[in-house]
Ligand binder design. Structure first.
Ligand code: ZN
Length: 126
């Protein structure tokens, strides 16, 4: 009897959660469809705001190997993905940026081509 009750409760809970999940999913989808453009625009704006930090930092930098200075081509070696991941995640306060700056200081600035070359040991830095 007792076990039956527990079993029933668990089952009900599972059904309840499933229904909740379903409703939530539909609502999120509906919400998403309705505000798709706004959400996308907003996400893009936030994203830009955060990557401005990187672009500002890279604005007057150039590739250490070949001298390429086009900001969109520049990457950090070897911490590029970590820096970009952190930049997207952290807030824009100086405290949360500190970690990023430390990683930046610890990296070379390279253009994408040289980055790949260095990563494949095709070029070398002394
Ligand atoms: Zn280069």
């Amino acid at each position: 009897m007792l076990f039956g009750n527990i079993y029933k409760k668990i089952l009900l809970k599972k059904v309840f959660l499933y229904v909740c999940c379903l409703i939530n999913k539909n609502m999120v989808n509906e919400h998403y469809e309705k505000y798709k453009d706004t959400i996308k625009k907003c996400a893009r704006r936030h994203y830009r705001k955060r990557i401005v930090l990187l672009n500002e930092y890279l604005a007057d930098k150039s590739c250490k190997h070949c001298g390429e200075s086009e900001t969109v081509c520049l990457k950090f070696y070897p911490h590029d993905s970590e820096i970009r991941k952190k930049t997207k995640r952290v807030g824009t306060s100086n405290e949360s940026r500190k970690e990023i700056f430390e990683l930046m200081d610890d990296s070379y600035i390279l253009c994408s081509n040289c980055w790949i070359k260095l990563d494949n040991d095709l070029i070398e830095f002394v």
